[in-house]
Design a binder for this molecule. Sequence first.
Ligand SMILES: N[C@@H](CCC(=O)N[C@@H](CS)C(=O)NCC(=O)O)C(=O)O
Length: 373
Amino acid sequence: MVGLKLHANKLNKNACKSLIAAEYVGFKLETTPGFELTDTISPEYLKMNPMGKAPVLETPEGSISESNAIAHYELLLVSNTIAGLKNVGLFGSTAYEKALVDQWIDFGSLEIDTNALRWAYPPSSINNLKRALTALNAHLASRTYLVGESVTLADIVLSCNLSLPFYVAMTKEFTADYPHVERYFWTLINQPNFKKVFGKNTPKKEKVKKEKPAPAPKPAPEPETAFDDDEVAPVKKTKKALDLLPPSPMVLDNWKRFATGFWEMFDAEGWSLWFCDYKYNDENQVTFVTMNKVGGFLQRMDLARKYSFGKMFWLFRGQDVPQMVLDEVYDAELYDWTKVDITNEEQKTLVNAYFEEPDTIQGEVLREAKCFK
Ligand SMILES: N[C@@H](CCC(=O)N[C@@H](CS)C(=O)NCC(=O)O)C(=O)O
């Protein structure tokens, strides 16, 4: 098959789909070592894919973009025209199985990848991803592969798409709710043909583990109901814990309504103040993208509205960052949280500056601010 060339940067997960498929059928696809994503804006590249995205497959008949289509094309050519290459059933065998393979390919792209990308690059929709993972988990409970009894392209596509959230977003605690997805992902990712492509960058289970405080003991199991909403339980639990704190003279709603005289009203025994410094500020070069991330974070903080106020610092009921925030708002892990020492005048001055929103704070221009109340 002369003249097929895959243009993509190294370990581009979308390009991995056709590379892994090629391994399965024993086909050698020409690649572009040294390709950088910035190459996608050259006029030559844009002629092949006006979207300016990678991968692109260059063929004698013309170029093809969209990684699923590239892998599909490559396999069709192999099975139709090239004698001697293996037909290992990556499309499924019957028409129905082929449709199921397509079904899972789209599921991988639309239900997993779209939401995983939104999660990795907020504004995002974790709940949509959780919903898809729940459905996938149920499907995999009695199966090793998505379709039939052996690997199909659907498994390759889906596990490449899962590699993003497994690498950058999902903690061990998060994936623990989807044990069949975990087992499926780690089994596939460690298959020889996957490893040949991912090499030493094969995701490792240990790498996704993040140190967290010991989880609270699980409540006694409740009787099963038709719609057992186990996601709500931990939130309810911390809400209850916060509601049981000794009463505070500081009534948040009153203060939120008038928003003046903070220090006179502040009750340091019932509430605490926190600086939160984003750990990856070098990502925040474009104001509207940064504000989108902040917007997503604030949306997810909605569950703690009754117990918090935020404005480049946070005010929380109690003496800790609420457990429901740490458990449910994944962005919380992206910040370093430091309790404000209210006996320290410098720190109080900084809190005041955050309240007042002057043009510059600590020598940095304040471009835009959001308030959570
Ligand atoms: N749906 C496309 C997505 C391609 C895509 O988003 N590629 C990324 C790299 S993995 C890219 O080129 N990003 C550069 C950009 O968005 O400008 C596919 O599956 O091929």
